[in-house]
Structure formats: structure tokens, C-alpha cells
Design a protein around this ligand. Structure first.
Ligand code: BG6
Length: 491
């Protein structure tokens, strides 16, 4: 792995799509602006769009320039100059686009070559076959697969086999952009670069853990994707389970590509299966109905504007999911991990809450157990609630007070977007923050029985009004054991 990126060709399939315009191209521009791209690096967008290089540059100029800081026109022009577009057909019927791409890449076989598949998972296998057939897959090539990787274990295995028939596992980068977020990486530093937490990071001291990813956005214009995904596939199978892994994993022996992933996969394999009748007790699914978001009236999921009408699937799909998970190993026996995620929640808030047990013997009335809150977004930071005495004579009165670290206040300067970090890692050949095949498959192995049970019942998710903190059953899920969700963000 080299720190200075070498000249590379980054080929983005789905290069004119939403992800590319909103995340990938802005991230690449920032890297370029910071001098982290080699002058010869090219970005080649592939799509069915029939654009030429000038059209594509014009599109990026119109759609991306407003979302990035262009303080110097020269840098922006240099960035645009890196961009190219090739029209391709992955059905294998029309080889002209592939031939054109081969012409562009010819003579540059020594460069790092990255194929970024920002496209639906069913295109991954066909893309790799065609790229191979066109002779484009060199030993220095890598392929990046966007989530979701399949829609269940069977499809994930098939896709992994298809991609694995062309690329070695060391060349495959399965992206989960949560792993590129600064605070998520900070979780590893907090746990493994500080001595005081590790001795109490277990079931002796920790009562339970909550992982919440709440979004205010709905799904307008996404019905085609979302009806077949739902919150469990879209968020829990990847982002939330990855966060759970980072909280629950054992200390790795090294900070290298395999050690961290080895430990994460062990956590996934230790998750207690939720099957049959337990699915009712340990999971909740909801779908938002009309309500308010940020003081504005918004429609329910079924009435979101879209160019397709709602179907049977739309009625059944969940926009909210909550699960009580357990990690069955020595460290975590008996500690529930509550996961929840939802669209159209009252606030945007992603956080991990580690709730400690009460002191073994309390000599002060009114003490409450310590709580560590790791806020991923917005206002990234870490807060530990400790008990302190309120100043004053007479009776000792206790008050929980926060010991806090705000990243924005402590570390000035721009916080890079997750995609920026991850794209640089791909270009420098560092797969540590990407998911290995066995990780993705282990995650599906745990999710599949829940999906099967939900689907076999044919019931609809519990409604919750947009702008509320999810269905009532989610509160019962934690309330049954006398616990409550940490609602500071989600009043
Ligand atoms: C994506 C999901 O992976 O993550 C989206 O497909 C979701 O549905 C998004 O909105 C959330 O990402 P972030 O970085 O905004 O929390």
C-alpha cells in the first residue's frame, strides 16, 4: 500500500446516477483540490446515457459545482478535465462501448484500475463478465461493489460467486459508507487507544447498548428501489450491523486489513439467531403515514411522489425497523443490543448509546447509571454522563452532568465525507474499511430468518406518523425489560 496515489483510472458504472453526482464526484473533487489525486488520474463514467465527454463535463459542471467549494476556477477546470464518459451496454449485445473503453485504457495497464459499480446488485455479475470479456481486468484492477449486496443470503452468495469468478477476493472492495465516517473510525480509536474503557467494556459493567440511525428524509422518487429493500435490507443488514460489530468486537492484534475484519466476522457469527415466534417478540417494523417533517406537512410512504404507483410490495415494506439482538459470547452474554432505524423520524440522529449498570451499592439517593453516547451525526462527538454533586449546603443532591468532546470544537478544519476517505483507500489499495465476503454473508445469515418470517406472515408494518419516533411497539420492545430508548435526539 502506498500513501501517494499512483496514476489511476477510476471507471464508474452508473457514473451519471444519483450516487455518483451526489457523493462520488464531490468526494473526488475534494481529493483533487487537496492534491491527493495524481495529475494523470482519470474518471471514466459509464452509463447507457449516450453522452460524450463534453456532455458529461457539462452535466457535472451544472449539477456538482454548486455543492462543492470552488475557490479557484483552475482547480475545478482541472477536475473537469479528468472526466470522460463511455456509453455501454452490459447485456453483451453491443460491444462498441466496451471497445471504446478498451481503447481508452489500452497502454495504461500498469496503472491502478478501479471499477466502481454504483449500480443495482443484479448488474454486478454481468458487468464483471463483460469487463473480463473485453480484456479490461488487469492484475492491478480492483472492483468496488455498492451495497446492498443482494437481497438475501442466496442472492449474495450468487453475486459473490459471479464477481469472484473474475476478481480475486483481494481485488474486491464491498463498500459500506458508514465505515468511512470519522466518528465510526473514532470508535475504534476510543476503544483501543485508551486504557480505561476496555476493562469495563463487558456484561459485568454494561447493561445494554442502543444503536439508532434516524433520518428525517422520506423516500420520494425511490419506490422502485425501496419497495424491494425496506429498512432491514437498506440499513440494518449493513450500516447498523457494522456499527454493532465495532462496539462488540474483541481487540484486534493489529490495525491491518485482516485483523479487524476477522474480529468483526466473529461478532456476526455470534449473533443469536432470531427465528420463528421470536421474530414477533424481538423485532418491530413500521411504515410512516402522513405527518410533519420540520414543520412541513409530508405524505405517507404510499403517497410519496414517484413515477410508479404503489403496489402490494409498497404496502408491506418497512420504513422503520427495531430489533433486540444478542451477541452470544463470554464478553456480552445477557447484554441486549437494541437496533433501530427509520425514515421520517423527528430528527436526523445517528448514535450509539452504551448504558452502564448502576453502582453495586448506592449511598446517595437519586444516582443514575453512567451512559456513554457516541454521536455519529449530526454534531459528531462523544459524551459521557457522570454523576456529580450539585453545589449547595444541606442534603447531597446529585445531578447527571456531561463530559463531552465535540469534534467540531476540538478539531477545526474540514471533516472529510465518508466517500472521500473510502475512495482514497480504494485508490491506495487499502481494504481495511471494506467488507469481506464472509462478513456480508454472515450478516445475511442473521437477517434472512427475520425477513422470511416477516414475508411469510404477509402482514403489513405498524403505521407511525411522519415526524414521530416510530411505532408504539418499538417502545414496548425496550420497555418490556424496563428500559427506554435514549430520546435526547428524538424527543
Ligand atoms: C444509504 C441508504 O445506504 O444510507 C439510504 O440506502 C440512507 O436509504 C443513507 O438514506 C443514509 O446515509 P447517511 O450517511 O446520510 O446517514
Amino acid at each position: 500500500m502506498s500513501e501517494t496515489p499512483q496514476p489511476a483510472d477510476l471507471i464508474v458504472f452508473g457514473g451519471t446516477g444519483d450516487l455518483s453526482m451526489r457523493k462520488l464526484l464531490p468526494a473526488l473533487y475534494h481529493s483533487d483540490r487537496d492534491g491527493r489525486l495524481s495529475p494523470e488520474t482519470r474518471v471514466i463514467a459509464m452509463s447507457r446515457g449516450g453522452l460524450d465527454d463534453a456532455d458529461f463535463r457539462g452535466k457535472v459542471d451544472a449539477e456538482v459545482r454548486g455543492s462543492v467549494p470552488v475557490d479557484d476556477l483552475g482547480t475545478w477546470q482541472r477536475f473537469l478535465g479528468r472526466l470522460h464518459h463511455v456509453t455501454v451496454d452490459i447485456s453483451g449485445q453491443d460491444p462498441t462501448g466496451w471497445a471504446r473503453l478498451a481503447g481508452m485504457l489500452g497502454g495504461h495497464e500498469h496503472r491502478d484500475r478501479v471499477f466502481y459499480l454504483a449500480s443495482p446488485p443484479m448488474t454486478f455479475g454481468p458487468f464483471c463478465r463483460e469487463a473480463h470479456r473485453a480484456g479490461l481486468v488487469t492484475p492491478a484492477s480492483r472492483v468496488v461493489l455498492e451495497k446492498p449486496l443482494g437481497r438475501d443470503l442466496a442472492s449474495a452468495l450468487r453475486i459473490n460467486d459471479e464477481v469472484g469468478a473474475i476478481f480475486d477476493e483481494r481485488q474486491i472492495y464491498r463498500i459500506d459508507h458508514y465505515l468511512g465516517k470519522e466518528t465510526v473510525q473514532n470508535l475504534l480509536v476510543l476503544r483501543f487507544a485508551n486504557a480505561f474503557l476496555e476493562p469495563i467494556w463487558n456484561s459485568l459493567w454494561i447493561d445494554h447498548v442502543q444503536i439508532t440511525v434516524a433520518e428525517t428524509v422520506g423516500t420520494p422518487g425511490r419506490r422502485g428501489y425501496y419497495d424491494h429493500a425496506g429498512a432491514l435490507r437498506d440499513m440494518v443488514q449493513n450500516h447498523l450491523l457494522q456499527l454493532l460489530c465495532l462496539v462488540a468486537m474483541e481487540p484486534p492484534s493489529r490495525n491491518d486489513r485482516e485483523s479487524i475484519r476477522d474480529e468483526k466476522v466473529k461478532v456476526l457469527q455470534s449473533l443469536r439467531a432470531v427465528t420463528g415466534g421470536e421474530v414477533d417478540r424481538f423485532t418491530v417494523r413500521g411504515q410512516y403515514t402522513a405527518g410533519e417533517s420540520g414543520g412541513v406537512a409530508v405524505p405517507g410512504y404510499l403517497d410519496e411522489p414517484d413515477n410508479t404507483a404503489p403496489t402490494e410490495d409498497s404496502h408491506r415494506v418497512e420504513t422503520f425497523a427495531a430489533i433486540r439482538a444478542e451477541v452470544k459470547n463470554w464478553r456480552w452474554a445477557g447484554v441486549p443490543f437494541y437496533l433501530r432505524t427509520g425514515k421520517r423520524m423527528p430528527y436526523r440522529c445517528s448514535e450509539i448509546v452504551v448504558q452502564f449498570k448502576d453502582v453495586p451499592h448506592s449511598i446517595f439517593p437519586g444516582s443514575t447509571p453512567n451512559r456513554l453516547v457516541l454521536r455519529l451525526q449530526p454534531s459528531e462527538g462523544i459524551q459521557l454522563n457522570i454523576m456529580a454533586k450539585e453545589p449547595g449546603a444541606g442534603e447531597v443532591a446529585l445531578k447527571p452532568v456531561p463530559l463531552g468532546l465535540s469534534f467540531a470544537e476540538t478539531f477545526t478544519g474540514r471533516v472529510p465525507e465518508a466517500y472521500e476517505r473510502l475512495l482514497m483507500d480504494v485508490l491506495t489499495g487499502n481494504p481495511t474499511l471494506f467488507m469481506r465476503r464472509d462478513e456480508v454473508e454472515a450478516a445475511w445469515r442473521w437477517i434472512d430468518p427475520i425477513l422470511d418470517e416477516w414475508e411469510s406472515r404477509g402482514t403489513v408494518p405498524e403505521p407511525y406518523p411522519a415526524g414521530s419516533a416510530g411505532p408504539a411497539a418499538a417502545h414496548e420492545l425496550v420497555g418490556r425489560s424496563g428500559r427506554v430508548w435514549h430520546e435526547e435526539g428524538l424527543a
